[in-house]
Structure formats: structure tokens, C-alpha cells
Design a protein around this ligand. Structure first.
Ligand SMILES: [Zn+2]
Length: 256
């Protein structure tokens, strides 16, 4: 499985490591979240991605979604399918695709048919998207949010999405047959623990406590580090000398 965290910004022509937005692309075909999808997808990815799986409806995870559909509007020969929990779908329709912030694409068609459709998934329920099998698990964020276990025929990887301390995510990982990599969020440095608490995110110290629940020795890649605190978070994680932990590189294609 090839996984790439799309860049949010660029330094010249190089992908910047500052992650303002979240959008992972799997095998150039399926997007997990859509924060930077319209802005950073390659032309090939833009042509092939028609399925987007959402962890939750926060802006940094969906900002590129309306723009992506807008860009493709006249050329779509099949609708873009958004796979999300029912509460997330309701938020998108009420707060984004509401004719005030952006058009309600779910009511619009081009010459080939509808341009946007929704598929809702239940918690702990297995569902398929293209060649991938997914299992959603509720995580601990300010709004309804999911992590996922995602498998193809060769490997399984876990995405925490945005979360604070959570047990279900680790239970799912520990019960899986095998896990090749875990992508775990860590938004704020330790000194901003109060902010992490109120916004339901992790700090390096809290991440360390989470990892004690993990019975896997697979690599853990840290994602979703708030750009303004990146160097602090990196230094604190480095200091913890956690063997299985590394920082996920923005823009790099990983193969698991
Ligand atoms: Zn969030």
C-alpha cells in the first residue's frame, strides 16, 4: 500500500514539512481526509481519486473538498463519493455545502450525472472503498471523529485521525491480525497540555501514555503536528527516545 501525506504548503518547489491541513492519498486512488486535496494532488491523483474517506468535519480536514469537486465539476463521469459517519455528512450538508458557504453539490449534476454522493459507515463496521477494506473506530475528539484500520491484500495500517487519549483505537489495532504502520497524531507540545485537553489532541507526553496501550512493535509515524509548534514537538519526542516512533515526512510516498 502506498501512502502519501499531501503537502499543505511549499517552500519554493519543495513540499514544506509544516502540516496545516490533512489529506492522505492511498495508491493514488483513495483520499483519507481532504484538507489539501484540491491544492496539492498531482494531476494523476486528481484524475483518479473519486473516493474520499473522512475522519471528521474540521476545516483542516475538509478545506480542499469543495474546491476539489468544483475543479472537477464539468469533467466528472462518475460522482465523487464521500465516505463518512452520518454526523459528519450532516455537518457537511448543513455548514459547508449549504448554498451560503458553497453550492450543495449533492443536488447538482453535470451532463454525465450527479457530481457528489455520500456513503455513510457505522462504527466498528467493515466497509470497502475501491481495493481497500476499512474499519472505523470512534476516537476522542471535540466532534464526532473516527480513526481507521485500512487493509489491502498485503498490509494493514492504522490512522488515528485527530484524537486525545482513546482506548478503542488501540483495541482495534491490538486485535488486528497484523499491522504494518500506525499513523498517530501529536498536535501540541507538552507545555500546551491545557490547550490539547480542551481541543482533544495529544502532546508528546500523552502520546507516550497512548503507546503503552499498543501491543504492536510496528513503526509509529507521528502526524498532525501543529506547524507553529513543530520544532518543540519534534524536540520533545526526540527526548523521549521511543524506539518505534518516527515523524512522518510530508510529501514522501511510503510503501507498507
Ligand atoms: Zn480536528
Amino acid at each position: 500500500m502506498r501512502v502519501q501525506l499531501l503537502p499543505s504548503t511549499f517552500d519554493g518547489f519543495e513540499a514544506s514539512q509544516r502540516q496545516h491541513l490533512t489529506c492522505f492519498v492511498i495508491d493514488d486512488l483513495v483520499a483519507i481526509d481532504a484538507g489539501s486535496l484540491a491544492m496539492s494532488a498531482s494531476p494523476e491523483q486528481q484524475r483518479s481519486i473519486r473516493d474520499i474517506v473522512l475522519t471528521h468535519a474540521h476545516l483542516d480536514h475538509v478545506a480542499g473538498l469543495p474546491l476539489f469537486i468544483d475543479d472537477l465539476f464539468s469533467s466528472l463521469t462518475e460522482p465523487v463519493t464521500i465516505h463518512a459517519g452520518q454526523a459528519v455528512i450532516e455537518t457537511l450538508e448543513r455548514d459547508i455545502f449549504n448554498w451560503s458557504v458553497y453550492p450543495r453539490f449533492s443536488e447538482l449534476s453535470n451532463g454525465n450525472g450527479p457530481v457528489l454522493r455520500y456513503e455513510s459507515f457505522g462504527q466498528a463496521e467493515e466497509f470497502t472503498v475501491k481495493h481497500l477494506t476499512l474499519r472505523a473506530v470512534e476516537v476522542n475528539h471535540r466532534v464526532p471523529a473516527n480513526g481507521f484500520l485500512i487493509s489491502d491484500t498485503n498490509s494493514t495500517i492504522a490512522f488515528s485521525g485527530d484524537t486525545s487519549g482513546t482506548d478503542g483505537f488501540w483495541k482495534l489495532i491490538n486485535s488486528a491480525e497484523k499491522v504494518s504502520a500506525i499513523l498517530l497524531e501529536c498536535a501540541f507540545p507538552d507545555e500546551l497540555e491545557d490547550l490539547a485537553d480542551v481541543s482533544h489532541h495529544l502532546t508528546p507526553k500523552r502520546m507516550g501514555l497512548e503507546l503503552e496501550k499498543c501491543e504492536r512493535d510496528c513503526p509509529v509515524f507521528v502526524v498532525n503536528i501543529k506547524p507553529m509548534y513543530r520544532s518543540k514537538v519534534l524536540a520533545q519526542i526526540e527526548e523521549m527516545k521511543l524506539e518505534q516512533v518516527e515523524i512522518l515526512e510530508v510529501g514522501k510516498v511510503y510503501e507498507w
